[in-house]
Design a protein around this ligand. Structure first.
Ligand code: SF4
Length: 146
């Protein structure tokens, strides 16, 4: 069947990692619905365009204002740093296309570095801990850091 979408899914760096631990929770219902839709498209084989700045997840986020993250005073700077770190850890580049499966396969090997650097201070840590994959990876690779 032909896809209804004319452009690929656009995702920024840190979403390429964090979305693997999505557990159905989010800022508000339309944010969660959009996230589910994007993940479904990615998981059923649509190519991912690796973008910089606000992406297809951010577009439904209440904190996005004038293309910048206003979640907190420093959030724009912080998530850009997370994006850069994710791209580097995953050994990919912005503005290229990749499959969700190819990213997923790399998560176990980069998880300890990612979790050690970002997860401890993250507001979503308690939510991610409810995700079985996250918990397993944490047990396997990074438990000593927490
Ligand atoms: S705890 Fe935060 S930084 Fe870590 S995977 Fe979850 S959302 Fe991403």
């Amino acid at each position: 069947m032909e896809s209804m979408h004319i452009s690929p899914v656009s995702l920024r760096g840190h979403h390429l990692i964090c979305l693997h631990f999505f557990n159905g929770e989010g800022y508000r219902p339309n944010f969660v619905a959009n996230l589910r839709n994007i993940l479904e498209r990615a998981e059923t084989g649509e190519q991912i365009n690796i973008c910089e700045g606000a992406d297809d997840i951010c577009s439904a986020c209440p904190s996005l204002q004038e293309k910048r993250c206003r979640y907190s005073e420093d959030s724009e700077k912080e998530i850009k740093e997370m994006d850069r770190a994710a791209i580097e850890l995953l050994h990919i580049q912005s503005h290229v296309k990749i499959s969700w499966l190819a990213i997923k396969e790399r998560i176990p090997e980069i998880f300890a570095s990612w979790a050690g650097k970002f997860c401890r201070e993250c507001d979503w840590f308690a939510v991610c801990r409810n995700n079985k994959v996250f918990t397993r990876l944490l047990d396997e690779k990074a438990q000593s850091e927490f």
